[in-house]
Write a protein that binds this ligand. Sequence first.
Ligand code: MN3
Length: 205
Amino acid sequence: MHTLPNLGYEYNALEPYIDEQTMRIHHTKHHQTYVDKLNAALEKYPELQKKSAEELIKDLSKIPEDIQTAVRNHGGGHVNHSMFWKLLKKDVKISDEFLKIIEDNFGGFDKFKEMFSKSANSLFGSGWCWLVFDKEDKDESFKIMNAQNQDNPITQGMVPLLGIDLWEHAYYLKYQNRRAEYVTNFFNVINWQQVEENYREAIKT
Ligand code: MN3
């Protein structure tokens, strides 16, 4: 059985950038629903219940056809949100070492911020914008990519390092239609320590 992970901090910890009510509903209602629907989809398949949500979405073609869409959406939703909560923290400074890596790969930190924001703001409909590490591409291992719905870059063989939830449920209570403002403020709550940890983990294997 998959379960809702603890947030690890208070619902108001990201104020004023992400408000308490949004965090509470996002975690206890939206994320919980992905968990519940993933468990419901796996009911008929005891052998799949032992696998982690990451393992399930890594190769969707191995998932029985009748639950493939459910695993893609709700398994993806579970993975994405579990990652997302850990990526959020106020007042975390990027380390000099990791800053240098971002600068070298994007031509400066501001350039990275600009590219990431532009991509996030251009997503049509619901989905996520990701900074990923692509081991297969030696020339350009760092990439910024959008994904629709709850698709996670893991399914495409890439390692997500940082992601922003661009579903309206992630920002609408506070920002309404002003997604660009939410994206700008997101930069105040990025847990760079976690992003760097994700990177260190990605290059290990
Ligand atoms: Mn969400």
